[in-house]
Design a protein around this ligand. Structure first.
Ligand SMILES: NC(=O)c1ccc[n+]([C@@H]2O[C@H](COP(=O)([O-])OP(=O)(O)OC[C@H]3O[C@@H](n4cnc5c(N)ncnc54)[C@H](OP(=O)(O)O)[C@@H]3O)[C@@H](O)[C@H]2O)c1
Length: 225
């Protein structure tokens, strides 16, 4: 029987590539996007495209209702925004801060709360796209402060979810995809999107119960929080 993956934020970049690669491998792919009609145009035809705005609690609840407790082998919380690209330490404005934190922190919190039981039922994996920029240990700069703080906070979401849902059968991990050539990563990024996602898929495939609550990069290297 084919496995099922749900990807939040699958309209472009890393999320879209996850959808393409898992569909090519024969998985049932549920690709969730803010503009599903538009995304249908470039997602493979057999992909199930659903509407989802992770900042909207009603949208997350509607997705949960639509899935109706269908077991999920894999949930990928990928939706993210970068926010103000400040070159040095600078507090963002209220609106920018709210957008980044609502998308990158509250988004995975809500998704996991609603969908983790479906993942636990399948003894599956919950993967949250974090970033090395959210690692307090690895941080050497002070730029993009809202983004850095949001990814540090989303790492806590991963740890807490691992504590809650690990004993129920899910494996919850934070992933750093590398610096990837997407709209967010920009043209000078070091890693191509297909290379990053191939690596991330291998890391997810290898993830076992011992990896619950870990922070891994796309090569499988353990990162410090
Ligand atoms: N690229 C990198 O170098 C890099 C490095 C470290 C971590 N990451 C992380 O990897 C993830 C994917 O990054 P990317 O490079 O693929 O970024 P991207 O090209 O900017 O794509 C972001 C995706 O998130 C979706 N999204 C944003 N806000 C959303 C919302 N409220 N609800 C649902 N979907 C939403 C976007 O949908 P729309 O098309 O509707 O805007 C888009 O599909 C992010 O979490 C990012 O922080 C990326």
């Amino acid at each position: 029987m084919s496995k099922t993956v749900l990807i939040a934020g699958a309209s472009r970049g890393i999320g879209l590539e996850f959808a393409v690669q898992y569909a090519a491998e024969g998985w049932r792919v549920i690709a969730c996007c803010r503009s599903p009609e538009q995304a249908r145009g470039w997602l493979p035809a057999d992909v199930d495209v659903q509407a989802l705005d992770v900042t909207d609690p009603e949208s997350v609840a509607a997705l949960g209702w639509h899935l109706d407790d269908e077991p999920l082998d894999l949930l990928i919380c990928n939706a993210g925004v970068f926010g103000p690209d400040t070159g040095s330490f600078a507090a963002p404005g209220d609106a920018a801060f709210d957008e980044v934190m609502h998308t990158n922190v509250l988004g995975p919190m809500r998704l996991i709360q609603v969908l983790a039981p479906s993942v636990a039922q399948a003894k599956g994996v919950i993967a949250v796209l974090s970033s090395k920029m959210g690692s307090i240990y690895e941080t050497s700069g002070a730029d993009a402060l809202a983004y850095r703080c949001s990814k540090a906070a989303s790492n806590m979401v991963v740890k807490a979810a691992a504590n809650e849902y690990g004993p129920q059968g899910a494996t919850v991990i934070a992933l750093h995809p590398g610096w990837v050539r997407t709209e967010m990563g920009g043209p000078n990024a070091l890693v191509g999107v297909s290379e990053s996602v191939e690596g991330l898929r291998q890391v997810i495939a290898d993830a076992g119960v011992d990896d619950n609550g870990c922070f891994l990069d796309y090569t499988g290297r353990n990162l410090s929080w």
